[in-house]
Design a protein around this ligand. Structure first.
Ligand code: MTE
Length: 317
């Protein structure tokens, strides 16, 4: 994000939509369900519901979903930010297959009554999986519409019974220099860290995603579990989470540490607060010509504006 101005993104990097529409139609007609629990531990290639990873269906449909046109699977999985694999948009798709996502555990600790370390298989049993179609607005002024599969983050957080003194939640992600070439560069201070206020983390829109397009999450999108916070710029949505820590102090995120004037703690999508180097008033939806207006809170204001009552969102950017 520090490196590229949004206008530097070449049109040639945008995926032709037609290429994958045929496969998406197949997925729709075939239905999404084969049984998540059975298939989740399987190696990619064991079951092909549509795009290549095991199916996670049948899935509950979420009332929080937008009915906007979905971005193609290829856009979503080939135009990624995952700096542990490099800073180019295609680096994650090229290199993330090296990341080992089994076995995988997440430790949940800090200001809690019952700290726990959960295997990903146990995380999946905590709540029914839902399909949630969300807009993702990147700070670089592009956006996508993504059919995530996941569960509310609150289902996970409740497991450890947070103490009354817990005010924030910090997320730390994998930093494995052996499998993640970007970790050897100094573009960010590794591991990648992000944070939310406790009420933001517990908000029903905040999702732990384990899949997209009905299938197990591709590595480049943050397998096996990542955060999705749809009213905030995409960098808040930490990928490949290994640790969740409750704290009474505002966590310092990797992006804030790297460039505090550019990336604040709140990072709510706000067309009225420009990034110091470019406007945030408009965005380019991948696959569309021209730009569209950026909506306050990425269009989720009805659900989340009350979290920020009385706060100056220009100061708390
Ligand atoms: N998580 C980790 N661990 N490393 C990253 O570099 N990039 C962030 C976020 N989560 C990032 C990350 C940014 S800048 C964005 S826009 C989103 O992931 C992109 O998610 P996507 O590639 O699945 O669209």
């Amino acid at each position: 994000m520090l490196i590229r101005h949004p206008d530097d993104i070449a049109p040639s990097e945008i995926t032709p939509r037609a290429l994958f529409d045929g496969r998406r139609d197949f997925l729709r007609h075939a239905g999404l369900g084969v049984g998540a629990a059975l298939l989740y531990g399987a190696l990619p290639g064991d079951a092909h519901a549509g795009y290549g990873n095991p199916s996670l269906g049948p899935l509950q449909k979420s009332p929080f979903s937008t009915d906007e046109k979905l971005n193609d699977y290829k856009d979503i999985t080939n135009y990624c930010n995952f700096y542990e694999f490099g800073t180019d948009k295609t680096d994650p798709a090229r290199y993330a297959q090296r990341m080992k996502t089994r076995p995988w555990t997440v430790s949940i600790e800090g200001l809690v009554h019952k700290p726990k370390t959960l295997a990903i298989e146990d995380v999946l049993k905590l709540a029914p999986l839902e399909e949630r179609i969300y807009r993702l607005r990147c700070v670089e002024a592009w956006s996508m519409v993504i059919p995530w599969v996941g569960m509310p983050l609150s289902a996970l957080l409740k497991q450890v019974e947070p103490l009354g003194s817990a005010k924030y939640v910090e997320f730390t992600t994998l930093a494995d220099a052996k499998t993640m070439p970007g970790v050897n560069s100094r573009v960010l201070d590794w591991p990648y860290v992000e944070g939310l206020r406790l009420d933001e983390a517990m908000h029903p829109l905040t999702l732990i995603a384990v899949g997209l397009y009905g299938e197990v999450l591709p590595n480049q999108n943050g397998a096996p579990m990542r955060l999705v916070v749809p009213w905030k710029y995409g960098f808040k949505s930490a990928k490949s989470i290994v640790r969740i820590r409750f704290t009474d102090k505002e966590p310092v995120s990797s992006w804030t540490a790297a460039a505090p004037r550019e990336y604040g703690f709140y990072s709510n999508v706000n067309p009225e607060v420009d990034h110091p180097r470019w406007s945030q008033a408009r965005e380019r939806r991948l696959g569309e010509f021209g730009k569209r207006k950026t909506l306050m809170f990425n269009g989720y204001g009805d659900q989340v504006a009350s979290l920020y009552t009385g706060m100056d969102l220009k100061k708390n950017y």
